[in-house]
Design a protein around this ligand. Sequence first.
Ligand code: GAP
Length: 402
Amino acid sequence: MAEELMEKIVSLAKRRGFIYPGSEIYGGFSGFWDYGPLGVELKNNIKQLWWRMFVQDRDDMCGLDAAIVMNPEAWKASGHVAGFADPLESGKMFNTMLTTSVGAGEEATTAYFRPETAGGIFVNFKNVVDSFHPKLPFGIGQVGKAFRNEISPRDFIFRAREFEQMEIEYFIRPEEWERWFEHWREQVGRYIALLGISEDRIHELEVPDGERAHYSKRTIDFEFDFPFGRKELYGLAYRGDFDLSAHGKASGQDLSYLDEATKERFIPHVIEPSFGVDRTILALLASAYTEDELGGEPRTYLKFNKSVAPIKAAVFPLLKNKPELVKKAREIYAMLKKVQPRIMWDDNGNIGKRYRRQDEIGTPACITIDFQTLEDDTVTVRDRDTGVQTREKVEDLSATVR
Ligand code: GAP
């Protein structure tokens, strides 16, 4: 049953241009996935909502876009060279950082593709403090690729070797960690609600001693009921001063913070909410995937929130061989496209088929231009979830689409 559902989701994602196996014409490449035309829109919506909510709408946050390949010394200091490893079947430990070689000939050094975006934030802590003199608490957010040489990539995009993270390092006074941990716990929940991921499928797991990452003093995993089981969607960790202290020591730089008011100098502690983009997409697909019956016929549709839907509305001329209908529909399409670029044109096949195609990719509304439009400047707007059609004035459409 669950397996069948996963197969249906993977097949829809490929067929409709959300997600393709990486380098598919060469037989794919395990753990690597390519996002198609609709997948990239969905992904951008997820990242934009995150950036807006956590970086732009807050006065205590700023953004960063650090290099993926960092000085390898940074990964020694962070403990990843020694400890970022999973057991092989033989029981031997295997470091899962993806390596590369930088420079030519004898100058070449082994470097790592970052296994978490967090690293780039810690090494820029001093730069941001020197540029902006932010007062504690403040955070730095970053969205970007991360890489792990997973021993067995599996479950579609759930465990990939190349994936994307959206991470926050929130710097605080050590004695305030519990309060800020609670704050971010709540914020993670708010983001999940904003996306429209089924909240009854989310479960918080307190990660016990001995099972947390080497840097963490407390971790909560936000788990989601994926079709293949309850698994980690997001993480929230209290990293203490582990990273800034380690990087300060290894680099020889002073990464302490001076409180101007009290003249106190100390290493800030850190709360880290970490969000995987790809797992968000999978949780959204699993939440949105719906099979029902409409007008006596079975259908499959993606019940996406309007804010994440890759296409916001589709515009159809009722008949494609009637030039006056097509002309009018083209005008309306061009007008709406100026307000909201993610509008799709479709004049292929009958209206019923066009509705089904849009349902399957989660388009919230379909707008049809018919003969009545030519007389009274109204169109039918059909709702994805209910199939109900209403008549709306063309002049009101821009507002509806916006
Ligand atoms: N900086 C903290 C950190 O990296 P993590 O729990 O290892 O913590 C954070 O990863 C998030 O990154 C996870 O909750 C998940 O959403 C995503 N993630 C981790 N490994 C992944 C993989 N192999 N494929 C897809 N997403 C992954």
